[in-house]
Design a protein around this ligand. Structure first.
Ligand SMILES: [Fe+2]
Ligand SMILES: [Fe+2]
Length: 357
């Protein structure tokens, strides 16, 4: 079935042989392996959720240069404002998230977009790619504002075994489909692509979270508030990215149910469990015995709670039944797992409609 409709272009058929109506073209649309004319005609929509997420992304438009950082600069330059451990944890967390967003920008641009055949899904993943680039810029803004040594941030993965290993495993997860000869359209490669989409849910929805917690814990103790605000904006974007890839996964599953075998589900659950452990190991290596109430045990529980939530959204059984040990974090994450509009108040001014450019 998939071979028959895979990436056929109207331009391959010749004008005379083309009797498909617009409705027929749209009905043949799939997230992958669909009928793709390459012309991005998004009205009417086959996958309205993708366009809704695209619109939400635009509403969330913000730029790093507008986040006030003067208090952070003052604190960073005041030897008494932060302990050595807090500075170390801050730098390591910044190093990791900057690596992760850099990697994700390339992953979407090079590995994911080229296989999508739904124009509205392409639209939203393209916007996501831009947002990842914006996150790369955000970390550079922090590095410059605080006059951090770029070698200590961007170069850390070359010196730090833990960060090197973590980046290596994240890259390994996305590199399964990174070969330029990889194509969807067979049972095996479609399963590989689906696993890569779930890898995106893991990347967006789990890997960032120990670092995010560090910035929120500091903020809760009145330290580095501008950095935490920057992270809140990034976190809000990542939530939509996670939602987007959850929809992508669930829709491919609906369009090609044969891919969702018992064996595949077991593999996905295993991937989630490994991600939780890897994130925990990394987080624990950052905070050592703990920082401002954030201990390795609580971090572990929090990551398990987050993973359960992500798996449930993919229709998979919860593995941990963990409780959220940091219910206060919803204030900072706009309650991404609970419908609370935290950003009401702060973000409105960042929404494109009310911004003066
Ligand atoms: Fe990002
Ligand atoms: Fe993201």
């Amino acid at each position: 079935m998939t071979d028959e409709i895979k990436k056929r272009s109207l331009f391959q058929d010749g004008l005379d042989n083309n009797e498909m109506t617009n409705a027929e073209i749209i009905n043949k649309r799939r997230v992958i392996n669909g009928y793709d004319d390459g012309l991005m005609q998004i009205s009417p929509l086959k996958h309205p959720w993708a366009y809704e997420i695209f619109e939400l992304m635009i509403k969330n438009t913000w730029v790093p240069g507008e986040v006030p950082l003067q208090q952070d600069v003052n604190m960073w330059n005041d030897p008494k404002a932060l302990s050595d451990n807090e500075r170390r944890v801050y730098s390591r967390s910044l190093a990791f998230v900057s690596n992760l967003d850099g990697l994700q920008t390339n992953n979407l641009a090079c590995n994911i977009i080229r296989h999508l055949t739904s124009p509205e899904v392409i639209l939203s993943v393209t916007r996501q790619t831009y947002e990842e680039a914006l996150h790369v810029q955000s970390y550079a803004t922090l590095v410059e504002a605080l006059a951090l040594d770029p070698e200590e941030i961007y170069g850390l993965y070359r010196k730090d075994q833990g960060l090197y290993e973590k980046n290596k495993s994240v890259l390994k997860a996305v590199s399964k489909i990174s070969d330029m000869s990889f194509e969807t359209g067979t049972f095996k490669t479609d399963q590989m692509f689906l696993e890569a989409c779930i890898g995106n849910v893991i990347l967006e929805g789990i890997y960032f979270y120990s670092a995010f917690m560090v910035f929120y814990v500091l903020r809760r103790n009145n330290k580095m508030p501008g950095s935490a605000e920057m992270i809140q904006f990034i976190n809000r974007d990542e939530d939509l990215h996670c939602m987007l890839f959850t929809h992508i996964t669930n829709t491919i599953r609906k369009e090609q149910p044969e891919l969702w075998t018992e064996e595949f589900q077991a593999q996905v659950i295993q991937n989630f469990k490994e991600a939780v452990e890897m994130e925990y190991q990394w987080g624990a290596s950052c905070i050592n015995e703990g920082i401002l109430g954030l201990t390795p045990d609580l971090l572990h529980e929090y990551l398990q709670f987050v993973a359960d939530y992500r798996m449930a959204a993919l229709g998979l059984p919860k593995q941990y039944n963990a409780k959220n040990p940091f219910p206060w974090v919803d204030e900072y994450t706009q309650g991404n797992m609970i419908e609370v509009n935290f950003f009401e108040g702060t973000v409105r001014e960042y929404q494109s409609g009310s911004l003066e450019w």
